[in-house]
Design a protein around this ligand. Structure first.
Ligand SMILES: Cc1ncc(COP(=O)(O)O)c(C=O)c1O
Length: 392
């Protein structure tokens, strides 16, 4: 009988994979979970194993409430936060309650491709909004809103990853943040702010979240333990207006099943209270920063002159632009022959653009592996085109 897989990602022998945006196995907080699980059962006994409070267990909500309030300098009431099964699950829940098939949703492009899949599951009408190195292009958004208005279409929401974005690593600039919120208020759509990389800032603080300075009904912000702790815990949170939290907490899903992932949420409350959450974030930041530096430095050395690699201030990804005439999806076969893999950038574009772009994830491989991966990638690109060798 074939063995069924345990994990979502299965590595291919001989390939250094920069396609997968998962954390490195060596960075998983195994001991912290072992200790917190035992502490959770000791402290809560049968309460840890029954149906949980719909919005999530009090101790975890209270920890996050205080942490977010302090970090983001915005008062956060306990009825403005909900524990979710991660960003994906929170987004899906919101879409279930607040959209109907055919509704128009604006989507930053390029964007996290699996959120697009999720939006498509809800049969929504997706309108791409272009972005550049400063994030979503608010001028282009204004033009799109005018055009939609003329055709009588009212967008319901806009999905964006404004901080250390997936796939580019770019963050939305400060003045664009303000303009985006103004546009949402004026045009009465909700911003779905996917904020999963906030804690992974390498060079100073992460920019303020859109949620932190918006009228409370303008933004639904999705946070997650997946990137700041471990994705297997399947937990996150959502901050929004109390009426949204109440609607979600009293909806069929949570009324029937109780709070999402209750036992694990209480284990995470122990992790947080013990200080292990903050320590893990510290370890992750240092480690991912080292990986980003190693990959970026080597790319600069080995890539042909007409290739451009971004240097993100946080998150998991470097965005690579190849010369315009090269297609990343066509190059992939040759890259694999050289023992390296990545995701072609066109899969992140809602409108099929970006053929010459590449997403490189530095989260899974060690710094040494990333240096070797960059060299293999450089060789495969050199081989595919007639390039002048880099001068440095
Ligand atoms: C932008 C973005 N949102 C959401 C997710 C998934 O988050 P979660 O594990 O919390 O569902 C990812 C994971 O790669 C991501 O990059």
């Amino acid at each position: 009988m074939p063995t069924l897989p345990i994990t979502q990602f299965v590595s291919q022998p001989g390939i250094l994979d920069m396609g997968c945006g998962h954390p490195a196995p060596a960075l998983m907080p195994v001991d912290a979970i072992k200790n917190a699980s035992a502490a959770c059962v000791r402290r809560y006994g049968s309460d840890a194993l029954t149906y949980g409070a719909s919005a999530g267990p009090g101790p975890l909500i209270e920890f996050l409430r205080q942490r977010i309030e302090k970090q983001e300098k915005r008062v956060l009431k306990s009825n403005e936060i909900l524990i979710t099964g991660g960003s994906s699950s929170g987004l899906d829940q919101w879409l279930t309650l607040y959209t109907r098939a055919g509704d128009t949703i604006l989507v930053e492009s390029p964007t996290y491709h699996l959120a697009v899949k999720l939006l498509q599951d809800h049969r929504l009408n997706l309108i791409p909004v272009p972005s550049d190195t400063e994030g979503l292009d608010v001028l282009a958004l204004e033009a799109i809103l005018t055009k939609l208005g003329k055709s009588g279409l009212q967008p319901r929401a806009l999905y964006t990853v404004p901080t250390f974005g997936n796939p580019t690593g770019f963050s939305l600039g400060a003045s664009r943040r303000e303009r985006l919120v103004q546009l949402a208020v004026e045009n009465e759509f909700v911003i779905l702010e996917d904020d999963v990389y906030r804690e992974l800032a390498f060079d100073g603080m992460a920019p303020p979240s859109l949620w932190s300075f918006s009228p409370s009904d303008a933004v639904v912000r999705l946070g997650s333990f997946s990137k700041s702790f471990a994705p297997g815990v399947r937990l996150g949170w959502l901050t929004a207006h109390s009426k949204v939290i109440n609607r979600m907490a009293t909806g069929g899903l949570l009324d029937s099943g109780g709070g999402i992932n209750h036992f694990m949420a209480l284990v995470m409350a122990e992790v947080c209270e013990s200080g292990e959450y903050d320590m893990q974030i510290g370890r992750l930041r240092a480690s991912y920063q080292e990986r980003r530096d190693a990959l970026h430095k080597e790319l600069v050395q080995v890539l042909p002159d007409r290739c451009q690699a971004s240097k993100p201030n946080g998150g998991f990804f470097i965005w690579l632009e190849l010369p315009e005439e090269m297609a990343a999806s066509e190059l992939l076969g040759n890259a694999k022959k050289h023992g390296v893999s990545y995701l072609p950038g066109d899969i992140f574009h809602v409108d099929g653009r970006g053929a010459n772009t590449v997403r490189l994830s530095f989260s899974m491989l060690s710094a040494e592996q990333l240096e070797e991966a960059a060299r293999r990638l450089g060789r495969s690109i050199q081989e595919a085109g007639q390039f002048v060798a880099p001068s440095n």
